[in-house]
Structure formats: C-alpha cells, structure tokens
Design a protein around this ligand. Structure first.
Ligand code: CAA
Ligand code: FAD
Length: 380
C-alpha cells in the first residue's frame, strides 16, 4: 500500500495551487458579492487543461486519472468553490457522460469542444418535483421517429445560463418508469429552449444556477445518448463519478478554511499570547486536521477505485457524505477561530462556510448518500 503521490501528481497539484492563488483569489470576494459568473476564467481554466482532465486525448482531453482530477478540485476549491463547480460539472458529469456512453459522432461534435473550454456543458436531471426522487421525471421526450419533442422544466442547473451544450434527462415512456427515461444532448440556441432567471443563492454565488424551460424543442434522434431507456442509468452512473468531484470540492473548502484558521491562530494574540497557545483553539485545529485527513483518505480511495476500474458507487457516496460534513464542521470552526474577523468578508472564512453547505445538497443530498450506502452494505 502506497499513500504517497507520484511526482506527476505533485506537479499537477502545484500547478492548480498556483493557478488558484494567481487567478482565482483576486476578485473572489467581488464575484461572490455580485454573483458574477467568472466567464473570463473559463478560457484560462481551459488553457490549463482543467476543463477536460480525464477525457481521452483523442477528443482534446488530458487523458489523466481521477487522482489528478481530485487534486485539482481540492486546490481550486480552497480558494473558489464557484469556479471549481464549473470544473466538476464539465469534467465528471458532462465530459465523462459523453466519453463513456456517447457515440463516436457525439464525441467528435460535442466532447472535443467541451474538453478545451471552447464550449461549456451542463447536466440537467433535477426538476421542481424530481430532485432526490430522480426517477419521477416530468419532462417528456416524445418519440416522433427521426426526432424527439422535449417539453418540461429543469431546476437548479449549474452553468444553466452560460453553457452551450446541455445533457437533459427526460421521460419518453411513462409506463416503463425509470426504464423509459432517456438522456439527450441539447444545444443552447435550439428553438423552444428558454433559460429562466438566475437563482439568488447563499453560497457558490459566482456559480450560474438557472431553471430551464423546454417548449416543444426538437431533438434529433442522433442526440440521444445510448440505447432507448438508458437515461436513468446514464444519470446514476455519471453521478457516481460526479460525487467524487464534489467530495473533493468539500475537502478543498475544508482545507482552505483550516489553513486560514491555522495561520490566523499563530498571529492573533489574546491574553498575552498567540491564540493557538490556548488549548481550546489548539484542540479545534487538531480536530479539523484529523477530520480533513480522514476525508482525504475517503476521497482518494474513491478516486483510486475508479482508476482501478473497480466499482466505486459505495466509495463515492461515502466520500461525499463524509467530506461534505467535514466541510461544514471545519468552516464553522474556522469562523470561530477568527472571532469577529471571521464574520467579515475580507477574511474569506465566512464565504467558505456558506459555500460548504451546498456540498451536502447537490449531486445527491447527504440523506440520499446514506440511502446508497445503506442499500449497498445491507445487500452485500
Ligand atoms: N449505477 C447504475 N444503475 C443504477 C445506479 C448506479 N449507481 N443506481 C441505481 N441504478 C439503477 C437501478 O439498478 C435501477 O435499475 P433496474 O431496475 O433496471 O435495476 C434503477 O437505477 C432505479 O434504481 P432505484 O430503484 O435504486 O431507484 P430509486 O428511485 O430508489 O432512487 C436514488 C435511487 C439513489 C435515490 C436516486 O434517485 C438518486 O441518486 N437521487 C439523487 C439525485 C441526484 O443525485 N441528483 C443530482 C443532480 S445533478 C447535480 O446536482 C449537479 C450539481 O449540483 C453540480
Ligand atoms: P428534495 O428531494 O425535495 O429533498 C428535500 C429534503 O428531503 C432533503 O433534505 C432530502 O435529503 C430529504 N429527502 C428526500 N427524499 C428522502 C428520502 N427518501 N429519505 C430521506 N430524506 C429524503 N441538479 C441538476 O440536475 N443539475 C445541476 O447542475 C444542479 N446544480 C445545482 C446547484 C445548486 C446551487 C443547487 C441548490 C442544486 C443543484 N441541483 C442540480 C439540484 C440538486 O441536485 C437537488 O437540489 C438535490 O438533488 C435535492 O433535490 P431537491 O432540492 O428537490 O430536494
């Protein structure tokens, strides 16, 4: 068993760390305040290769492993989780979905543009009445022979207003329940596709979250992903990998807050000494560090299992469940270590605390992860 990173992994991590410091940190407070989507950073993240990390090189991707991906996700999320969720959705939901299950034509037409940042992707499963209960899709895709007609509304879609290509899950045959669901590639400028207003959010405020409305959108049959009825499995399989990315995001948010708290505790003095010399603060730091290390092991193990082509459904749910809890716990404590300064924007920890919350909600809430975990351990 070897827990050390390879030289290549260290280089990738260091490049992401440097990018986050130089490119994401300036302006992160303003983007959060103004809910500004960092369009100007997409190009730079594309140039760094962050938007197509694991996709095959043949389609412009980096051909990298999942360990590299989680290292990048952690480093970007330490500074700006709104930017890292763009990386996460593009890589582990959209690119992965197309690379793994798309046709050769779909990969050539769509994937090769998504991997470079030339185009941006979105993944559209959730609906007003089908969030956790994802098989209850109300959006319909009626088979008309050479094409489908798409009608319905999707909710809370990340990159919703800024993406070019949307992977949309919809119900084709209600009688067949989840086996009648399909997944499609929809282009932004197609007739009948409307983008709803931007959501006003607690955290990841730089991320662009919208509802989407489909009114008789004509989708060519060649834009269906996989066999007829594969859509729900497509979503579940894709989300298994996506959850590793969000777990890494949570890990990054926690690590970022911990590093800030550690530095602050060594500088701030109270009662004649640096506050880290007070045991109450030192023990908080000890708990944070231990929890982060435990989360990191779960995240890395899930990534490793995926790279080893082992089943990683259970591992990814455990990593997301635990890392997101650690992100919440650690960020709340980081604010406490900062005292009053923790409550103001310029110290960053209040933003990290707000950003942490979403990691317990999207890509399956913590309760849903417990359903996946409990079913898996009880069934085996
Ligand atoms: N891989 C392959 N197939 C899977 C699977 C997996 N990981 N998980 C389930 N399935 C299959 C099952 O085998 C079953 O198919 P068969 O009947 O043919 O065997 C089918 O899917 C239905 O499975 P269940 O009976 O388990 O379905 P369920 O209704 O009990 O729901 C659930 C299962 C795990 C709760 C699922 O609905 C779920 O994951 N819900 C959460 C949805 C979610 O994560 N949404 C995230 C949206 S994207 C997002 O949030 C992005 C972002 O923010 C950035
Ligand atoms: P509900 O399903 O209504 O759940 C409400 C509460 O009930 C939760 O606590 C939940 O855990 C609990 N609950 C529900 N069912 C059960 C059960 N069986 N057992 C125990 N507890 C249960 N979706 C996309 O498809 N694409 C995206 O890009 C995307 N991005 C998002 C970005 C943001 C900022 C947000 C807020 C959401 C995003 N989502 C996206 C949607 C997200 O995946 C859903 O919000 C999430 O899956 C939960 O669904 P819901 O909001 O309908 O909550």
């Amino acid at each position: 068993m070897d827990f050390s990173l390879s030289e290549e992994h260290e280089m990738i991590r260091d490049a992401a760390r440097e990018f986050a410091q130089n490119e994401l940190l300036p302006g992160v407070i303003e983007r959060d305040e103004k809910q500004h989507f960092p369009k100007e950073l997409i190009k730079k993240m594309g140039e760094m290769g962050f938007l197509g990390m694991m996709a095959p090189t043949e389609f412009g991707g980096g051909g990298m492993d999942t360990i590299s991906y989680v290292l990048v996700m952690e480093e970007l999320s330490k500074i700006d989780a709104s930017a890292s969720v763009i990386v996460s959705v593009n890589n582990s939901l959209v690119n992965y979905g197309l690379a793994e299950y798309g046709s050769q034509e779909q990969k050539e037409k769509y994937l090769s543009k998504l991997t470079t940042g030339e185009k941006l992707g979105a993944f559209c499963l959730s609906e007003p009445e089908a969030g956790s209960d994802a098989t209850s899709q109300r959006t319909t895709a009626i088979d008309k022979g050479d094409y489908y007609i798409l009608n319905g509304t999707k909710n809370w879609i990340t990159n919703g207003g800024s993406a070019d290509y949307y992977l949309v899950i919809a119900q084709t045959d209600k009688e067949k329940k989840h086996r009648g669901i399909n997944a499609f590639i929809v282009e932004k400028d197609w007739e009948g596709f409307e983008i709803g207003p931007k959501e006003q959010k607690l955290g990841i405020r730089g991320s662009d979250t919208h509802s989407l409305i489909f009114n008789d959108v004509k989708v060519p049959k060649e834009n269906r992903i996989g066999e007829d009825g594969f859509g729900f499995k497509f979503a579940m399989k894709t989300l298994s990998g996506g959850r590793i990315g969000i777990a890494a995001q949570a890990l990054g948010i926690a690590s970022g807050a911990y590093e800030l708290a550690l530095d602050y505790s060594k500088q701030r003095k109270a009662f004649g000494t640096e506050i880290c010399n007070h045991q109450a603060i030192a023990f908080k730091l000890a708990d944070m560090y231990t929890e982060i290390e435990a989360a990191r092991h779960l995240v890395m193990k899930a990534a490793w299992q995926k790279d080893q082509k082992q089943n990683y459904d259970l591992a990814s749910s455990m990593a997301k469940l635990y890392a997101s809890k650690v992100a919440m716990d650690v960020t709340v404590e980081a604010v406490q270590v900062h005292g009053g300064n923790g409550f103001v924007k310029e110290y960053h920890v209040e933003r990290l605390m707000r950003d942490a919350k979403i990691t317990q909600i999207y890509e399956g809430t913590s309760e849903i992860q417990k359903i996946v975990i409990s079913r898996s351990i009880i069934d085996n």
